[in-house]
Design a protein around this ligand. Structure first.
Ligand SMILES: [Zn+2]
Length: 325
């Protein structure tokens, strides 16, 4: 008996598998013949066969290295490449897949809201079950920890570093990190550092439809321009240049800050009032000292009068008591 194949690569691209199959065939007394690669059971034949499958393996490795490079590029460009989690679906444009919020996005929003409002995970699962939506505890836990919902990508290919996604976020950062704090209170989640090209997208909402704005670049003739824009289809809100948005945002923040002259004024008043109090205390102290000296002189005079014989012993005690009191 013989198994005739076109090429060894067709048997398996993995060298180990290829050898295992050949070993099995040999045990079953079946010959393996390749139409394009002549080899037999002689030492040279075995060597040639191993060589061919090594080449197949190399070809395979090169292919997957190429695939990983392609994936890394896509992730750097902000695209998620795996299954769309609950709340998102895939939209295809120019043969590329993009995450967009699905009808389940509201379910995700409710999960996060309930959770940071203090509901337990099993309670959330129960409530969804009552309304006919089955979410397991494990699934719920995964949802609550998924950075995709705040518009970030976290992948093994980049050592789980947080990177900016181009998809719309469903959950705002504050809500998400509150949830992380409840899930594991010991970790300092706010300390996670990542570069965000559009930091204001957490704060800016579209005045027309109340959704959070997204950030992106548009290509001008000579350079790229950064914009904050609304993600709602057909919304009339015009994109705002990032620089302008930041300027306006800082101006807004400034409106909350206390002006320097007001601070100085307050400090001066405090200083003046403290000075007055200090002066008062000094005056009181002076007066007390004056009084003490006065009394001391009185005492001395009384003693003199006793020595003179003007005062009797009784009068002395009476007068002294007056002074002491
Ligand atoms: Zn809008």
């Amino acid at each position: 008996d013989a198994l005739i194949i076109y090429k060894l690569v067709r048997l398996s691209r993995d060298r180990g598998d290829s050898l295992t199959i050949r070993f099995l065939l040999k045990k079953l007394d079946i010959d393996l013949k390749s139409v394009t690669e002549p080899f037999d059971d002689s030492p040279i034949g075995t060597f040639t066969a191993t060589l061919f499958s090594s080449i197949a393996q190399l070809d395979n490795d090169v292919r997957s290295a190429g695939a990983i490079m392609g994936m890394k590029q896509a992730i750097k460009a902000g695209r998620w490449l795996w299954n769309a989690p609950l709340g998102y679906k895939y939209k295809y444009t120019n043969q590329k897949s993009y995450l967009v919020p699905s009808d389940d996005a509201d379910t995700i929003r409710k999960i996060f809201k309930d959770f940071i409002d203090g509901k337990k995970q099993y309670e959330i699962c129960e409530e969804f079950k009552e309304s006919g939506i089955i979410i397991t505890r494990q699934h719920l836990n995964n949802i609550l920890r998924n950075h995709l919902y705040i518009g970030k990508l976290k992948t093994k290919l980049f050592n789980y570093e947080l990177m900016d996604g181009i998809h719309e976020h469903i959950i705002d950062d504050v809500t998400f990190y509150k949830a992380q704090n409840i899930l594991s209170p010991d970790k300092n989640h706010y300390n996670i550092k990542y570069k965000d090209e559009f930091p204001l997208k957490r704060f800016l909402k579209c005045p027309d439809c109340d959704r959070f704005l997204a950030g992106s670049y548009s290509k001008g003739r000579h350079k790229r321009y950064a914009y904050y824009h609304c993600v709602t289809k057909g919304c009339s809100f015009k994109p705002v240049k990032r620089e302008l948005a930041e300027e306006l945002f800082f101006a807004y923040l400034d409106s909350f800050s206390i002006k320097e002259d007001i601070i100085n004024n307050v400090f001066e008043k405090i200083r003046a009032s403290l000075n007055d109090k200090e002066k008062d205390s000094i005056n009181i102290l002076k007066n007390i000292k004056k009084e003490i000296t006065l009394l001391e002189t009185k005492k001395a005079k009384i003693e003199e009068l006793v020595i003179d014989g003007t005062f009797s012993k009784d009068t002395y005690h009476k007068k002294m008591n007056e002074v002491e009191s």
